[in-house]
Write a protein that binds this ligand. Structure first.
Ligand code: FEC
Length: 307
């Protein structure tokens, strides 16, 4: 009997294709409004600072998509899985990925985002775009909304926290779990994002035996509306000045890959703030294509198929 051909739309934030594409990318993030000359220069400088003109998120997303396809096919040989990339702000866009699945003649599609926590403004927006394109093309699709408490995800994060703590030679350390901030209005909307992030933080802290931890937001947008806080840079200052804490381990569990928000906002900006205060700040390694993370995605996709 022929194996059923399932299309998996793997959605990720996306990154510019080259330095020449930063303006186009930034304009897409700003819903069609081009950035000012200063804003563009500032973002270009941040990209230059992390990687000298290469965009690591693209490679990580490529690897995650290829590895997830292999993981799914190995775990479920009775079916044939093909993974397609769909990016939020760069090519191949989410709509392109859906189109590719239809062209390949898959019998149905499952969508998953390379971000474990659901918010209407993040994962919800990815899903909306994919669903609209799938409806237009007549493809049946279902979506994984979140997988923030999957035991293998918690295990992968726990291992990273434990490993990084060894670098502090037994000295007291405050663990700061972090994620991308969003406008405060999501709280009034009853959005599950803050609660899910706290649930993952608590699960990892318990599994790693960490009693001294707190949650902080990072990378808030440069807009006039209020964003969720406290911001991680303020937290670092406050805990040094008010609690005399000298050691900080950041675990950015709202992200899965090495990219600008981790490599610049934490590795350069937060480390600089900490160094000025005479503190030691390190961060846990990103998941990227960790086998436990790939199994988390594979399990979540497969569970969706049998719903
Ligand atoms: O490495 C890279 O090239 C891309 C890194 C990157 C990731 C990422 C993830 C998330 N974002 C989320 C929300 C927002 C909201 C705004 C916003 C703006 C930016 C800008 C850049 C950027 N984001 Fe991002 N985000 C990344 C990069 N993000 C660059 C524009 C300049 C700036 O503000 O720094 C505000 C947009 C608006 O005006 O409406 C909101 C969320 C995530 C985590 C979930 C996910 O991955 O989708 C939430 C990676």
């Amino acid at each position: 009997m022929e194996r059923e051909h399932i299309g998996v739309l793997v959605m990720s934030y996306g990154t510019p294709e080259s330095m020449d594409h930063i303006e186009q990318y930034y304009t897409h993030i700003r819903r069609g409004h081009a950035p000012s000359v200063e804003q563009l220069a500032e973002l270009t400088e941040r990209y230059e600072a992390i990687v000298g003109g290469v965009f690591p998120l693209r490679q990580h997303t490529n690897d995650q998509v290829t590895t997830l396809e292999a993981t799914l096919n190995q775990a479920h040989p009775d079916k044939r899985f093909s993974c397609y990339q769909g990016l939020k702000h760069a090519s191949p866009y989410i709509e392109d990925g859906v189109e590719q699945m239809v062209k390949a003649g898959v019998s149905r599609g499952v969508g998953i985002v390379l971000a474990p926590h659901y918010s209407t403004m993040s994962v919800g927006a990815y899903i909306k775009r994919a669903q609209e394109k799938a409806d237009e093309l007549g493809l049946a699709m279902t979506f994984v909304e979140s997988y923030h408490l999957h035991p293998k995800l918690v295990q992968a994060l726990t291992e990273r926290v434990r490993t990084s703590l060894l670098g502090f030679d037994g000295e007291p350390v405050r663990v700061l779990f972090s994620a991308h901030s969003l406008p405060e209005k999501i709280v009034e909307m009853g959005d599950p994002y803050p609660t899910q992030l706290l649930e993952t933080s608590r699960a990892v802290a318990e599994a790693a035996g960490v009693a001294d931890w707190q949650f902080a937001w990072q990378s808030a947008g440069r807009t006039s509306v209020p964003w969720l806080g406290p911001d991680i840079l303020d937290v670092v200052q406050t805990i040094k000045q008010e609690e005399s804490i000298r050691n900080v381990l950041v675990c950015p569990l709202g992200f899965v890959s090495d990219h600008l928000e981790v490599l610049y906002d934490l590795d350069i900006e937060a480390k600089e703030v900490a160094a000025e205060l005479g503190m030691k700040l390190t961060r846990t390694a990103s998941l990227n294509s960790d086998p436990l993370y790939m199994q988390t995605l594979s399990d979540a996709v497969y569970a969706k198929l049998s719903e």
